[in-house]
Design a protein around this ligand. Structure first.
Ligand SMILES: *[C@@H]1O[C@H](CO)[C@@H](O)[C@H](O)[C@H]1NC(C)=O
Ligand SMILES: *[C@@H]1O[C@H](CO)[C@@H](O)[C@H](O)[C@H]1NC(C)=O
Ligand SMILES: *[C@@H]1O[C@H](CO)[C@@H](O)[C@H](O)[C@H]1NC(C)=O
Ligand SMILES: *[C@@H]1O[C@H](CO)[C@@H](O)[C@H](O)[C@H]1NC(C)=O
Length: 419
């Protein structure tokens, strides 16, 4: 009996000792990863994180240029760790909020006295509202790039409360948007500022089997020195649906200097390529536009140059949203792209999309006259490219098509997720 008692005591102290030492050397991930899938009916890229206490899996539309995470708090939001951001708090300050709700009824997530607000926006259907800022825990899987790591709880992640009507136009089952933009409260910024201090970098690989990696990751088979880098440019004027005065844009702009199609320069009005004082012009990268959108004069010159460069490919009737489609029997099929045509927008881009059995269209659409941004590089052009946003160095590294390296986003993600 005494022996049994000692044995039990020994076990208990061992357990205590182990958990104690674990708490002391708390786990420090180098990188976190969330999965990315493509919704085939909306062409949106979706991700999933866990939030709240108890944890709830949340499907979110990925918004590269979105300023922060927003989720619908109007329906089914239950969490014992939900904390509204009190007016004047550090959370309100880093979010740049300049408004305060003094009283709100009925009290609940999204409606509390003395809290600051921001403007959660649906960047697909272009509707915004104002919503309470709050914090809650999120839980994300760690990785080193080659294998899955443990799931890490990250407390006090700031987000905005959206409303049910904001979900209109988002893929089925989605509860909000995950903003990866260029400010202090976007997910990458908050994760790198968390207690475990990730590098101020994140990488995206878009595909139906892709991922977003936060922090410093080395990918098997991809030498970081082989990435091509370009400077990230700031747009001083917010491009969000609603914003506070003087807020700069959270979107990622790059400096496209010219467009080449198989070596032929597309003639264009250069002043459209730079951002003016009002925030118009320039080139941004977006995951919520399925295809690249070009201002009308750029689009027309682009199609004209393409047709001149490939005069041997017969055109077929255009199919919306595309304006230029071709008989696919005349388009060579290389391993790298669905088609041979080479288009360089400073970054080489996937150029053609198959539409039906016999046609392929230029995967670019006409953005009309006077759009806010002249060139929006859309998600299709980024598929199976590894894009690394280095926020500390203010630069973007891209792999060019991974397919040319006989690899895909699926290859990069297949090792890191536990299924
Ligand atoms: C919120 O403010 C209203 C109006 O000042 C007040 O009646 C109410 O008691 C407050 N609610 C809480 C939970 O403090
Ligand atoms: C070029 O674009 C700028 C900005 O939209 C416009 O003001 C200017 O008139 C354009 N120039 C030509 C030659 O079309
Ligand atoms: C495409 O070209 C093939 C081969 O010349 C031809 O048989 C077919 O009818 C063409 N399709 C269209 C839609 O023009
Ligand atoms: C990528 O995945 C495919 C399919 O699973 C496999 O055949 C191929 O060898 C992988 N490529 C690399 C570079 O690991």
């Amino acid at each position: 009996m005494a022996l049994a008692y000692n044995f039990l005591f020994f076990c208990l102290s061992l357990v205590f000792f182990i958990s104690h030492s674990e708490a002391k050397t708390s786990f420090k991930p180098k990188a976190l990863v969330v999965p990315v899938t493509k919704d085939s009916s909306t062409l949106q890229y979706l991700t999933q994180i866990q939030q709240r206490t108890p944890l709830v899996p949340l499907k979110l539309t990925l918004d590269l240029g979105g300023g922060f995470l927003w989720v619908n708090c109007e329906q089914g939001f239950v969490s014992s760790s939900y904390k509204p951001a009190r007016c004047g708090s550090a959370q309100c300050k880093i979010a740049g909020s300049e408004s305060c709700v003094e009283s709100c009824l009925p009290k609940g997530p999204g409606c509390n006295n003395n809290t600051c607000t921001h403007f959660p926006g649906n960047t697909v259907s272009h509707v915004s509202t104002f919503g309470e800022l709050a914090t809650d825990v999120v839980s994300i899987q760690s990785t080193d790039g080659s294998k899955p790591g443990q799931v890490v709880p990250v407390p006090n992640i700031i987000f905005a409360c959206g409303a049910t009507f904001l979900l209109e136009g988002l893929a089925s089952g989605v509860q909000g948007m995950a903003g990866l933009g260029r400010n202090k409260v976007s997910l990458p910024s908050q994760l790198s500022a968390a207690a475990f201090k990730l590098d101020r970098k994140f990488s995206i690989c878009l595909s139906s089997n892709g991922a977003v990696f936060f922090g410093d990751v080395s990918f098997p088979g991809i030498d970081p020195k082989s990435l091509i880098y370009t400077r990230l440019i700031r747009n001083p004027v917010s491009s969000a649906g609603a914003s506070f005065e003087g807020e700069s844009s959270a979107e990622y702009f790059i400096g496209v200097k010219s467009i080449l199609i198989s070596g032929n320069v597309v003639p264009l009005n250069k002043s459209l390529l730079s951002i003016n004082k009002e925030g118009f012009g320039g080139t941004k990268i977006s995951t919520v536009f399925p295809y690249t959108v070009l201002e009308t004069s750029i689009y027309k010159a682009f199609v004209k140059t393409f047709i001149k460069s490939y005069s041997n490919i017969p055109r077929v009737k255009p199919m919306a949203p595309f304006g230029a489609c071709f008989n696919s029997s005349f388009i060579g099929c290389t391993h790298v792209d669905a088609a041979a045509p080479e288009i360089h927008l400073y970054m080489p881009a996937n150029s053609m999309v198959r539409v039906g059995k016999h046609a392929m269209c230029l995967a670019f659409v006409d953005g009309g006259v006077n759009p806010t941004t002249s060139i929006v590089i859309g998600a299709y052009q980024l598929e199976d490219n590894l894009l690394q946003f280095d926020l500390a160095k203010s630069r973007l590294g891209f792999s060019s098509s991974l397919l040319a390296r006989q690899t895909t986003c699926s290859n990069l993600t297949s090792n890191v997720f536990k299924f």
